[in-house]
Design a protein around this ligand. Structure first.
Ligand code: MOS
Length: 694
């Protein structure tokens, strides 16, 4: 087959790059249909209770205001899959920031003024928003997110811990984290003769359509969901959010196309966030650092709206050989906004705790932290006993150590003083599961020699359409310039979201299959192609839906160098270097960008990101980008991402694992471990802001 070596694995540039940098790419708010109105939400100002009255008159009297939707007049909705989408259906207020009204107006300014003028009366109730591991209402749920059992236990973890020569017991806390994509959650909705069309900023249009079908009681073919360009999501757009429901309701109510772009400050309350996780870890080991007992217990919260259990103890089930182990999740239901998916849910906070504890064990035993991890490599997946389809964590650690210049490191804390700065280095491992979902795709050969490939992928800035075109060109054996690709349209057919680091694997598998079938069809075809061309389709339900006998995970190793200012308490990450084993890398340009992005997000998690739940108000204190600090360019000095060659035949026809999330896994721990090396102080609570460090 031609092209295999040149097309797949080539650093192709993003196909939509020019459109994006010239401003020609249209996002959900930019579909300015004739007669379009704009909407602005009214968030609840109590943390728990009910709406007893809404006075919309002051808003309706303002020029340009068209309508005020409340639970009293908004269209009635069917039962959604996600109860957080039952908006304006009843007077209850499950948390502060829950939307209690929506103002629709001729202009954005009028809508915003209208929202400020609506008078809402509440009956407030006592609220409880503070997470504590000692909360008497904490319970062990049936499962943690992802369908994982909430508890796993092997052998006698208590006995083994008591008998271990080296015993380590430590607690870590990861604060609430917000996704904050650059493009807020936005929808433009319109109804034409009972047909609902939405342009929405989502990680997957199939799931959005399914919810709209349920909510509005429509047949599938009467709902079209389009997401051509999406300005980030980080998990918060993985499932539909209330913007799409409210925009559709407002459009139906007013008979006008309506755009709703959620205001930045409203996001933390309604688009999900990463819930606080409290980690209790116990490691029992011998004097050489071989772990005999491992316990990782996580306490987290969900809202009253739905159960959501950040699966933060799950990575401890795959990382290290420990004959006796316990992992457990506990949950407390609070009057807080509903937590949801955020990049590497489970793994990101869980591996901060586990990889910090490993560093503490390295210090306690005097074993080099790279060597300690190598020493505890399991032969098979510790929890299930299944063989790894491929692992290569040791290779990542060794290659990272070589590139970073780890050899000869003085392990003593505070050994790297340079004037007022304390310089230190740290390492941490990373893991993320290999997930894949069924998908449909089609490929069509046209008489002019070009090909049209359609798959309902979503490109959230990752380069999805570019990589799908590469997969197609490779399977067709043609140069990628001859492949046109259409994505982001629910009419194309079912596709999973851009999430779980599974987009490329899932969409690519279906694209590959459709193109292989088309190639076969073309080989059997004689004469010229008819005007409409020749087409083939694929549905990977059986292949991608099948259970694998293998334990499939990507792995990685992060190395960080920090400089801690002893005068200001400021931590600077001077170098961050990651090496990953993620199967075949299909596009090194976009892959590197994903990995660097993830690592940078881990840097933010380590140093600046973190939200505070105000116990009195029951609200997040940091609700915009002025108070919730994501890394800026000046915070990111040098981030390097590499990978090891990995040839894993147990994945999918492309041989790829996911790369969207593993970059954030472990990077915060590497930074934290470097801060310990620099200062000799172990900070067990993130983020490492100057007030904590000083
Ligand atoms: Mo990711 S949190 O699976 O979008």
């Amino acid at each position: 087959m031609t092209g295999t070596d040149t097309v797949l694995g080539a650093p192709a540039e993003r196909r939509e790059g020019r459109e994006k940098v010239t401003g020609a790419a249209r996002y959900a708010a930019e579909y300015d249909h004739p007669g379009r109105a704009l909407a602005w939400p009214v968030p609840a100002t109590v943390a728990r209770g009910r709406v007893t009255g809404v006075d919309a008159r002051p808003a309706l009297e303002l020029p340009g205001v068209l309508a005020v939707l409340t639970h009293e007049n908004a269209p009635r909705l069917g039962e959604p899959d996600d109860p957080a989408l039952s908006v304006l259906q009843d007077p209850r207020v499950p948390h502060r920031g829950w939307f209690v009204a929506l103002v629709v107006a001729e202009t954005l300014e009028a809508a915003r003024d209208g929202a400020a003028a609506v008078r809402v009366l509440y009956e407030a109730e006592e609220h409880h928003v503070t997470l504590s591991a000692a909360d008497p209402e904490a319970y062990v749920p049936e499962t943690a997110n992802g369908g994982y059992p909430a508890v796993t236990e092997h052998g006698d973890p208590d006995g083994a811990f008591a008998a271990a020569p080296v015993r380590l017991e430590c607690a870590y806390r990861v604060p609430p984290l917000h996704n904050h994509p650059m493009e807020p959650h936005t929808t433009t909705a319109r109804w034409d003769d009972g047909l609902l069309t939405v342009h929405t900023s989502s990680q997957g249009t199939s799931a959005v359509r399914a919810e709209l079908v349920r909510l509005f009681g429509l047949p599938e073919d009467r709902v079209t969901v389009l997401a051509e360009h999406v300005g980030g999501g980080f998990g918060s757009k993985g499932t539909p959010r209330c913007d799409v429901v409210l925009a559709a309701m407002a459009a139906r109510h007013t008979g006008r196309p309506v755009t709703l772009a959620l205001p930045r400050r409203a996001l933390p309350a309604v688009v999900g966030h990463r819930a606080t996780t409290l980690h209790q870890l116990r490691l029992g080991a011998d004097a050489e650092g071989r772990i005999s007992a491992l316990t990782h217990e996580v306490t987290t919260y969900s809202s009253r709206v739905r159960e959501f259990v950040e699966q933060a103890a799950v990575p401890a089930r795959v990382m290290y050989a420990a004959p006796d182990s316990l992992t457990r999740h506990r949950l407390v239901r609070l009057d807080v906004p509903t937590p949801s998916w955020m990049r590497a849910p489970g793994e990101a906070p869980g591996m901060f705790a586990l990889e910090s504890a490993l560093d503490e064990l390295a210090c306690a035993t005097g074993v080099d932290p790279v060597e300690l991890r190598v020493r505890n490599e399991p032969e098979t997946e510790p929890d299930s006993g299944r063989p790894f389809s491929s692992r290569h964590l040791v290779e990542c650690l060794r290659e990272g150590a070589r590139r970073f210049g780890w050899a000869g490191r003085d392990p003593r804390p505070r050994s790297g003083a340079a004037g007022p700065l304390l310089v230190g280095t740290g390492v941490a491992a990373a893991t993320y599961p290999v997930l894949v979902s069924p998908c449909v795709a089609s490929a069509r050969a046209l008489p002019d020699g070009s090909f049209l490939v359609r798959v309902n992928a979503t490109d959230i800035g990752t380069g999805a359409r570019t990589v799908c075109a590469q997969v197609a060109a490779d399977a067709l054996g043609v140069p990628p310039e001859r492949v046109r690709i259409e994505i982001g349209d629910s009419r194309i057919g079912f596709a999973p979201m851009a999430g779980g680091s599974a987009g490329t694997a899932s969409w690519g598998w279906a694209v590959h299959e459709a193109c292989v079938r088309l190639t076969r069809k073309l080989a059997g075809h004689t004469g010229g192609l008819p005007e409409e061309g020749l087409a083939a389709g694929a549905d990977t339900s059986d292949a991608a839906g099948a259970k694998s006998p293998w334990s499939r995970h990507a792995f990685g190793a992060h190395f960080a160098e920090v400089a801690v200012d002893t005068v200001t308490g400021e931590v600077r990450v001077t170098r961050l270097l990651g090496v990953f084993a993620a199967g075949r890398i299909l596009n090194p340009r976009t892959a590197r960008s994903q990995l660097v992005g993830g690592m940078t997000m881990g840097l933010g998690m380590a140093l600046t990101e973190g939200s505070t739940m105000d116990p009195a108000f029951g609200d997040f204190v940091e609700s915009d980008l002025a108070s919730y600090h994501v890394p800026a360019h000046a915070d990111v000095a040098s981030v390097e991402a590499y990978w090891v060659e990995e040839d894993d035949p147990h994945l999918n026809p492309m041989g790829s694992k996911g790369i969207g999330e593993i970059g954030i896994v472990g990077s915060a721990a590497a930074v934290g471990n470097a801060v310990h090396h620099a200062t000799g102080v172990r900070f067990r609570e993130l983020p490492l802001t100057p007030d904590r460090v000083l």
